[in-house]
Design a protein around this ligand. Structure first.
Ligand code: AHR
Length: 649
């Protein structure tokens, strides 16, 4: 390190404190642009953990809507004569339904309440579409009454539904809520002497993302859209693997009519003894069709992760727990069929399923991950036949392999070597590490093999001691991510993890977006992802001081990119030190003249500052206009800041 360059060069006065500023001369080569940056560079990773799907992004408000939880009435309270039955069920993969019968006396009542996911939460003047499959088993007509009730059992919205057929039919009604109520319940009364059978009892806000009936929560989907993600990895994570072979994620169970998608036990139900949720199941109402559709909506490349014939290795030790290599054919077929589901002509078996669901056009699947977080020799043994089969039939599909759960060590090195041998296109690395690790690893990819598979940082997040989504972790991620950008010739994609968490149902933190049933908040870490996602650029610009990249010298981390389509330059620079620092950027190959731009800063005096549901904007980016007068640009970086300069060319 050139001592002169990093010697104290200026003294700045901030308030009453003397702060020593360092001086940096950074050159940015605009003439000779560097490696192309993939459009997929900054993306998102969705998994149903922390009630991210049912009870979260998936806007269904009724828990256990088909009575298929192992305890068939979990989430429901019944009164009068309610019986769970399976004969003459309308949906064979969800065979249970309930019969509501005359309670035996005209003053008595029959019915049932649902508690929703941590309550049923409704907003003043909002409308909710209640729907139910029903029939009258013994007569021609019956009637039910649907009510929203508050915690004190007061009814505040009510509607009647006449059930008028012996055959199963779908009925629906709109309930308008006159008030906001966070912890309501829904109650269904038998309002006739005649019995009625009910199945798939469902309620959604009418105002879902894009107004879809089997829709997503609008604020949460909007938050994804606003990230400008380049890639969308789904559906996990460990849930791809499952707790056992039966509970692994099987995409074929998640498509077709929503009423006939079989329930699955969520792998996260059992994981954390301190946060055990015995009612954590996957309705699969937001299945692969909806996830592909969401990718399309938010402009991200879909990236499905498929089971490689391995069950969660943390929960299942040893070869005997895994699927034998000789038995892999159905798993491989699932991968091939998924390509047909996403891209196939509507005349093909799976292309037709997609078309029948409402999307005749292909979803343009270009890549898939085989295996989530796998390690040891059992993994390449299983991955190899997948690669052979996919390459033979679909050479156009890029295949992503796993480097295991850690960013270094024996398993990681072995995993990488095996991925090279198998010629995986990309390798998925995961790291959940402390701020020191992130700050110390910004140069991680500077010396990676340029000829091998590309890197997909498929799960990463900075975990501070208190495991909060605080400013400290966000700043460390922002600094570290300059290393992604600088190495865009080898790092093709990255996705922060996990994405969502319900404030009443979290198991794992930190997470990018927190929510309760009525509100959501974008963490400080979200804004780092958004700043990168909105300023990807088309090519890297060589950014150096004293011929070296800026990877933490005096706490400075920097990288730059150019967007040749938008004619803009993006300078990203983090000052993680406690001192203000003066930086002089000199642009090589930039004509002199006045240029306009913006400076966006993410800052806080408090490293522990966080955005919460009650204080959602504690730390958000602040933007000001700037003007450059020539090809030398001087900036003063405040301490503990992440800065983005956008310069119009
Ligand atoms: O993101 C949470 C979990 O972390 C993922 O499911 C898993 O892949 C990793 O262990």
């Amino acid at each position: 390190m050139n001592k002169l360059k990093y010697s104290v060069a200026a003294i700045a006065l901030f308030g009453s404190q003397l702060i020593f500023a360092q001086a940096h001369d950074i050159s940015v080569d605009v003439k000779k642009t560097g490696a192309p940056i993939q459009k997929t560079m900054y993306g998102i990773f969705f998994e149903d953990i922390n009630y991210g799907a049912d009870g979260g992004l998936y806007a269904e408000m009724i828990k256990n809507r088909s009575f298929e939880f192992p305890q068939s009435l979990l989430g429901w309270t019944t009164f009068g004569k309610v019986e769970v039955r399976t004969d003459e069920a309308p949906f064979p993969k969800n065979p249970r339904y309930v019969r509501l019968a005359y309670p035996g006396h005209k003053e008595k009542r029959t019915g049932l309440d649902n508690e929703g996911f941590f309550g049923i939460s409704v907003k003043e003047n909002a409308e909710y579409r209640f729907s139910v499959w029903a029939r009258v088993p013994e007569n021609d007509n019956s009637e039910i009454r649907v009510e929203l009730i508050d915690p004190a059992s007061n009814i505040f919205a009510s509607q009647k539904i006449a059930i008028n057929s012996k055959d199963w039919k779908k009925y629906q009604v709109i309930l308008k809520s006159p008030r906001t109520e966070a912890k309501a319940r829904i109650r269904i009364f038998l309002a006739s002497d005649n019995s009625v059978d009910l199945e798939h009892i469902s309620m959604f806000p009418t105002d879902t993302w894009k107004g879809r009936e089997n829709g997503l929560r609008k604020d949460l989907a909007q938050a994804l859209y606003d990230l400008h993600p380049g890639v969308f990895r789904f559906p996990g994570g460990c849930i791809v693997e499952g707790t056992d072979v039966d509970t692994r994620y099987q995409w074929k169970n998640t498509v077709g009519s929503v009423e006939n998608r079989p329930l699955n036990e969520n792998r996260w139900e059992y994981t954390f003894p301190h946060r055990f949720f015995p009612d954590y199941f996957q309705s699969y109402g937001m299945g692969f069709y909806e996830l592909f559709q969401l990718s399309e909506d938010i402009g991200a490349e879909p990236l499905p992760v498929l089971n490689v014939g391995m069950i969660c290795q943390y929960q299942n030790k040893g070869e005997a727990c895994q699927i034998a290599v000789k038995d892999l054919d159905p798993y491989i077929q699932d991968a091939l069929d998924l390509i047909e589901f996403a891209n196939g002509d509507t005349g093909t078996k799976w292309g037709k399923v997609r078309a029948d669901m409402g999307h005749p056009a292909p979803f343009h699947l270009r890549m898939m991950a085989i295996g989530n977080e796998q390690w040891g020799k059992m993994y390449p043994e299983r991955l190899e036949p997948f690669i052979k089969a996919i390459r033979a039939k679909h050479p156009e599909i890029k295949i992503i392999g796993s480097a295991g759960p850690n960013p270094d060590g024996k398993d990681f090195d072995y995993g990488w070597a095996e991925m090279k041998r198998l010629k995986a296109d990309l390798v998925d690395e995961h790291y959940y590490r402390n701020p020191e690790w992130f700050l110390g690893n910004a140069a991680r990819y500077d010396n990676y093999d340029r000829k091998g598979p590309k890197v997909f940082a498929g799960e990463y997040a900075c975990h501070p001691k208190n495991r909060k989504n605080n400013f400290e972790s966000a700043l460390a991620e922002a600094a570290f991510m300059t290393g992604f950008e600088r190495n865009a010739d080898v790092v093709y994609m990255c996705t922060y993890a996990p994405l969502f968490t319900h404030i009443d149902g979290w198991q794992w933190k930190p997470d990018m977006i927190w929510f309760d049933n009525l509100r959501s908040v974008r963490s400080v870490n979200y804004y780092v992802q958004q700043l990168y996602g909105m300023h990807v650029g088309t090519n890297v610009l060589k950014t150096q001081e004293n011929k070296l990249p800026l990877t933490g010298q005096n706490g400075i981390y920097a990288s730059s990119a150019i967007d040749k389509n938008k004619n803009e330059i993006y300078l990203k620079i983090a000052n993680t030190s406690d001192a203000a620092q003066k930086v002089t950027y000199t642009f090589k190959g930039l004509k002199k003249g006045e240029r306009k731009g913006t400076h966006t800063v993410l800052k806080s005096d408090n490293m522990n500052a966080e955005n919460t549901l009650d204080n959602p904007f504690a730390v958000v980016p602040e933007t000001e206009k700037i003007t450059l007068t020539n090809n030398v640009f001087e900036v003063k970086l405040a301490p503990k800041t992440f800065n983005l300069y956008v310069i119009e060319l």
